[in-house]
Design a protein around this ligand. Structure first.
Ligand code: ARG
Ligand code: ZN
Length: 411
């Protein structure tokens, strides 16, 4: 009782929290043939493919439960597939995150980029900005999530009454990719609170930013299951909630790289746009599609800048423009001390997966410039330590600057 009370006071959920004790992450660098062999493990209980690159030479990180570990090692050995152990026990990373979270002062202080904020904290910050910068900031709830949380878009506009070209950014469609909302928040912070230095980015372009696209999942990843990816909606299989939001958009929906089975991580949903979060974003984008010239959706991890299509290996006719702009953005990241991004169409450099928001924005909403940013790093993955948020977001802001200037100069 005491302990529970203490847990409640500290804001940690003790009882139901999923433990990843003994879960290892193995990194393999498979040939195409080996990748084909490995694919049979993809959705098996006890296995989680944290990424799934198809480009030969790229790493594949597989999380394995303690129960499956011995058998999987024999398999790798038998097939002569080389690997190394990236993490011996994922739970130790989770506990380190918890310790840091607890050590952070709860006394309200200015926003900082050395901790991950919860959904409520993020929204309080947005409200604070709206109150403090009424001439630059307005908030719009684009609807509620499945569990009733507001999905708040912050509109940053220095004038022009909606006639200026706009950039739409979202983060956190995948719950566990915490650096995504953090990066969106940093972009907001820089455009608003550091506007004096960044006014060139807001004097001719409007910004619509939705930092937490999957708020229920985001909260769930904080309180229940650090590795949660999906939404939390009820599915036809009890005990297997949630849809992969980035397989749920209605453009070549469920054609490839998605699953019909609710228990899988890449479950596409019963129908396209079954998820209210995907519908809300769709409706907002369609309502503003004349104005929005560029769409950026933040994910992690791996360091990719991806453009459509995810449903086919064919390239859009203007792929050259998409490629070049991404190359400029990547160069800015490099110049800021980051690693260059791997650039290409989703299908060609990562894997084919239909129903993504990026494909929908280009294919249906008609937003020509549409990108998925798989933010860095390539080691810690979803559990990028809070100490590394600052360098990650400041470097990526230099890429955002490039996207912003491009829209300013070309529309
Ligand atoms: N890691 C992302 C995902 O699996 C990549 C999405 C790329 N875009 C796409 N349409 N497949 O959702
Ligand atoms: Zn993702």
């Amino acid at each position: 009782m005491r302990l529970l009370l203490l847990a409640a006071v500290l804001g940690i959920a003790l009882a139901a929290r999923v433990s990843y004790d003994g879960h290892k992450v193995l990194r393999v660098n498979p040939t195409d043939d080996q990748l084909a062999l490995l694919m049979q493990f993809k959705n098996r209980p006890g296995f989680s493919f944290r990424n799934e690159p198809r480009r030969t030479g790229a790493n594949l990180d597989i999380m394995v439960s303690p129960e499956q570990h011995a058998a999987f090692l024999s398999f790798l050995k038998e097939k002569n597939i080389g690997f190394h152990v990236l993490f011996d026990n994922i739970q130790t990373l989770i506990e380190a995150e918890d310790r840091r979270q607890r050590s952070m002062s709860k006394v309200p202080r200015a926003i900082s980029f050395d901790q991950y904020y919860r959904y409520d904290e993020i929204n309080s910050y947005l409200e604070e900005l709206a109150a403090k910068y009424p001439n630059l900031v307005t908030l719009e709830s684009i609807g509620k999530s499945y569990e009733g949380r507001d999905m708040v878009v912050i509109k940053i506009s220095s004038g022009g009454s909606g006639t200026r070209p706009a950039i739409l950014i979202d983060g956190g469609i995948h719950a566990r990719e915490w650096i995504a909302p953090a990066t969106a928040l940093y972009v907001i912070n820089q455009l608003v609170e550091n506007n004096a230095a960044n006014s060139a980015l807001t004097d001719a372009v409007d910004w619509y930013i939705l930092p937490v696209l999957n708020p229920d999942g985001y909260e769930y990843s904080h309180t229940e299951d650090r590795m949660w990816r999906k939404t939390v909606s009820v599915t036809p299989i009890s005990g297997c909630p949630g849809v992969d939001g980035n397989r749920n958009f209605g453009f070549h929906w469920n054609e490839v790289g998605a699953s019909d089975y609710p228990c899988y991580e890449d479950y596409a949903g019963e129908v396209a746009f079954s998820e209210i979060e995907a519908r809300n974003l769709r409706d907002f984008a369609l309502a503003n599609k004349e104005q929005i010239k560029l769409y950026l959706t933040f994910h992690s991890y791996g360091g990719y800048l991806l453009y459509p299509w995810g449903y086919t290996s064919e390239l859009p006719p203007d792929w050259h423009t998409l490629q070049e702009l991404a190359a400029d953005a990547s160069l800015a990241h490099l110049n800021a001390g980051g690693d260059p991004f791997t650039i290409g169409s989703s299908t060609n450099v990562l894997y084919a997966a239909a129903g993504g928001s990026d494909d929908y924005m280009k294919g249906v909403a008609g937003i020509e410039l549409s990108y998925t940013a798989e933010l860095t790093d390539t080691y810690y993955g979803f559990q990028l330590p809070a100490e590394l948020i600052n360098e990650t977001v400041t470097r990526f802001f230099e890429s955002v600057r490039v996207f912003g200037s491009y829209v300013k100069e070309n529309f």
